[in-house]
Design a protein around this ligand. Sequence first.
Ligand SMILES: Cc1cc2nc3c(=O)[nH]c(=O)nc-3n(C[C@H](O)[C@H](O)[C@H](O)COP(=O)(O)OP(=O)(O)OC[C@H]3O[C@@H](n4cnc5c(N)ncnc54)[C@H](O)[C@@H]3O)c2cc1C
Length: 394
Amino acid sequence: MSPDDEAFREEVRAWLADHLTGEWAALRGLGGSGSGHEAYEERLAWNRLLAEHGWTCLGWPVEHGGRALSLTQQAIFHEEYARADAPGTVNHLGEQLLGPTLIELGTDEQKARFLPGIKAVDELWCQGYSEPGAGSDLAAVSTRAVLDEAADEWVIDGQKVWTSWAHEADWIFVIARTEPGSSRHHGLSFLLVPLDQDGVEIRPIEQITGGSEFNEVFFSGARTPAGMIVGAPGDGWRVAMALLGFERGVSVLGQQVAFERELDDLIDLARSNGTIDDPVIRDRLAAHSAEFEVMRVNAVRSLTEATPGADNVAKLVWAGWHRRLGELAMEVCGAGALTAASSQIEAVEATYDLDRWQRLFLFSRADTLYGGSDEIQRNILAERVLGLPKEARG
Ligand SMILES: Cc1cc2nc3c(=O)[nH]c(=O)nc-3n(C[C@H](O)[C@H](O)[C@H](O)COP(=O)(O)OP(=O)(O)OC[C@H]3O[C@@H](n4cnc5c(N)ncnc54)[C@H](O)[C@@H]3O)c2cc1C
């Protein structure tokens, strides 16, 4: 850390200490794993406050409204943010994924139209990639888009699924097939589509946690102007992959700090309920702490070294670690973890109320799926990094 970096750390710390007070103090710790429903509107307002004070889009170039901060300083921000127990933000998809993609591949008009709204957290985005027949095998998407030349608009038909936060979003970025008869990754386009229109229907999917963070999204003659295409028609696969390249960005370091807090809190719980005296639990907590250090090194390595496959290894390691943390939490909680208080919570549309550890356990089952499942990470490592024979494709 240079003196400038240390000064920056102090600046972040001081700002958070000054602002996570009063009404905002109640948001500390909210909106974590599996708890995205918690105080959503308040966290949106907090995210806008961050934006007003220049704490969003830290790595974006200055000409696009960012601060062009170094990787180190962005990491410092995320570390301090997690350390202060500041609430989960709501604009990850716009800020971390679509914004950088538009900066790299969007037209000047698209940058001018969309980047300010993302930066200010005025327009929220969701990701329309997965479909019932296309998840790990994304190139199998069958949602279609046709250019209506008279209206100068794309007309979209098809279905997306597992679309996180579509019910709160204003826009969706969609991979659609625009060249009839094309297959696999050819003939796809990357379209920006407004959600508030008659041709779009959003149906929430209830999760095992009782919440509904993701949705099915149906397009029936949905429309978007012809200029709302990123990259050339038929070249959408390249854009879609560029966007995924931003997925495992610098915010993973903040995630590490959040994981460390969860582990520390679980150790505190084991101390307070006496399970730490059980040699098996004690051993597993110790092993988890040691693995945490390995995971941290992997995360830093994936950001700082151009080692092929480092980010796939990092994803495999953190997803498995976090899922097993959820399992260990249930062991530490004991038999009481099998029951939940009965209640009717409007926000999560559930008839039972889970505590923090139950929520962590259930939601962390998803860690080894989203962002590329474990099996897919291993396939990538085997085929693209180790050069092993490719698996047979059906
Ligand atoms: C919490 C959460 C949020 C999500 N949010 C979004 C979102 O906002 N937008 C979006 O577009 N998608 C989203 N997804 C979807 C996610 O990208 C997919 O779940 C993921 O790509 C896997 O696809 P699938 O669910 O269709 O499973 P499948 O692809 O059907 O996989 C099922 C199982 O088969 C295994 N498998 C598949 N192919 C192979 C293979 N070739 N070799 C070995 N094993 C294989 C997988 O590893 C998995 O275990 C989200 C998912 C989750 C869990």
